[in-house]
Every structure is written in C-alpha cells, then in structure tokens.
Design a protein around this ligand. Sequence first.
Ligand code: T46
Length: 378
Amino acid sequence: MKNELRHGRLKFISFLIIDLLCVVLANVLAVRLYLGISSVKYSMEEHLPVIYLMLCVDIIVTAAFNTLREVLRRRKRIEILETFKHVVISFVLLAMVLFTTKSGADYSRVIVFLAYALEFFLMLGCRYIWKKILMRAYWKNNSDSALLMTTDSFATEALSDLRKTGVEVKSIFLLDSKGQKSIEDVPVSGSIEDAIAVLGWDLAKKVYIYGLDHQMIPDALAAACKEMKVKIDLVDFKYKIIDVKTVKNDDSRYGSLSFIEGKRDIPFPIRRVYWITETEADLHRGHHAHKLNCQLLFCPHGKIDIILDDGEKKETVTLDEPGKGLLLMPGLWREMIWQESGSVLCVLASEYYDPDEYIRNYDGFIAYNNEDGRKKDN
Ligand code: T46
C-alpha cells in the first residue's frame, strides 16, 4: 500500500490534471461572475493569455515546490494548508511575471484575484472528491469498518475474531512489519502515516488494538484518534498460549533452535529477561500477581505447570516444550510447580524489577482486582 500511495505516478498525473481543470474553471467562473455584476468592457478572449499563464505557473509550482507530495496520505487540515500554499505561490509567481513583462495593466486584476480565490476552493473540493474515489478503490466502505493494530503473530487470529463480530478491517498496522503488503487480502499500512490516512479519509471508523499492552500504542496514532474523534478499542486477554517459532534440524544431533522477535511476537516492550535454573521437582514458586508487568514465560527444558487464577477461576497451563510460550497480562495470580527437576523457566518482562509492583497477598489481590474492575466499569 505504501508504494501504491507514494509512488503512483498515474495518480500524481491525475491530480495535476484535476488541478489544471480547476484553474480553467476558476477563470471561466471569475470572468462570468465579474462581467455579470460590473459594466467593465472585458471579454474571455482578452483574458485567455492569463489562463494560459496560470496553467504554466501551476505546472511549474507543482514541480518546483512538490505541492502534490504524498497527496493521498495528507489529512484534511494538511490538505487545506498545502492547497493554500500552492495557490499563494502560484499567485505570487503570476504577479511577478505580469510585473516583469509590464503586461499586468492589460488584464483585470479583480478577475485574477477572484480566479485564484475560486481556484483554492475548487482545487480543495476536487482533490477531496478524487482522493475519496481513489481511496475507496482500495477499501470498499462499510459502516462497521476498522483499522487493526497488532503484532505480526496475532494478526490472523485478530482478523478472524473481528470478522466474527461483523467488523470489516480496512487496513492492518503492525507493530513491526516484515514488509507484508497484505494479510488475508487486507492491506497492511506500511507506516503510521498510512494507518492514519485510513482514518483521515473516514474509511475506518474505529481502531482495534489487539492484544497489545497500552504502552505500544504510538503517540501519533493516539493523537490522531483524539483529533478525529475516532474510538480506540483495546481488545485484550489475560493470558494466551503462543507458538514460539522453532527450527528443527533433520539431523537430531543438531538439536532445535527457538526464537522470539521483539515487536513481532511480543505485544509489550521487553525491559527485563530472567530465568530460574537449578531446580528440584515439586518446587512451588510464585504466589503473587503483578500490577503492571506483562510477561512471556517459556520453558526451554523440562516441564513446569503454571496455575493461573483471575480471582474467579483457576486454570493450569503446562510448559513442556521450547516451542510453547505463555503470555501473561497483569492482574493474574500465579503459582509455578516444577514437574521435573532441572526444568528451566525463562521470562521476558515489560517492566524493570520493582517490588512495589507485586501483590504478594491473595486477599490483597482480590481487593485490587475488584478495585480495578470498578475503575474500568466507571
Ligand atoms: C514471575 C515468576 C515467573 C530480583 O532482584 N530481580 C528480578 O528481576 C526478579 C525477577 C527477582 N529478583 C529477586 C527478588 C527476590 O528476592 O529474586 C528473588 C526471587 O524472586 P521471586 O520471589 O519474585 O521469584 P518467583 O519465582 O516467585 O517469581 C519470579 C518473578 O519475580 C515473577 O515476576 O512472574 O518468577
């Protein structure tokens, strides 16, 4: 999509043609209007050289000042400023030409002023309509349309979840894309500007942030949503089992290699890594919850049960292979039970170590969860 929006030469030419048509139309209207209300003797034929000059000036300004730069990605406010800039520069350039050739007196100044004023509004309107037409060719519009922001590893699941609820995802913005153009036929926004453009042109009415910690919402996206009054919905989960990518060698002597990639697999910033080793079977650890810390737990060697308790029900996840990871969001009481001696527990965490961020008392945990629930309900 990035390339389509940025480098579509044909689209650039189409905007230039639209601008030139606006110049002609603005002049025709200005001459008609002025002659309609005044008794000055002036004709369209006399005004024709100005129109030709304005067309040349328009092409020169577009090329020299690159005034159509990223035209499809510009939001409404930027477009107004850019169109205004284009018209003012064109006006100044035309005035300089008329002044240096001493031909200004041959033409009606009022009509030239009026033509530029009309050109501004016509250009703005026509560019807006043309943009809408082009953008809709990428994304057919729908009232329950959304921009989805997530990680690469959650994208397919997030799409299917949203589709089940009738949401049409217009574009996906990945925390860190691998250069994908689309995922399941939904275009991937190559940059934050592309993602915001989808909102700016009313193609997506809502933003779904799927499974990401709030720290991962880019400031620019949050600010754009605030400005455009677009609602951000955080679709979160308490925990999720994820596949840790694992490469196995045909020759078993080479073992296997597992890897986790920052923003692609992990929905939070990694600030700390720790691991627990030299353990005996039936070791019990944990008995706490976190207020802020998001984590990914995995067991590259051995077998460990993780008992998760949200205050209402308990569930057990067994980590027993290097390709299995457990994503834990804050607000879950946990206990880890080592099933085999020597099992290794590794943790990627979103926060630096801070003992105050732990809840180590179960009653305190229930009280904290209720208080947190009340805060969310309000
Ligand atoms: C968790 C599970 C899976 C530090 O000084 N820095 C650190 O980053 C950590 C994690 C611990 N510590 C100290 C604090 C304690 O004196 O290490 C000692 C043992 O920590 P704790 O009793 O919290 O260990 P576990 O096994 O109960 O919990 C740990 C993590 O703390 C916790 O975040 O989720 O592993």
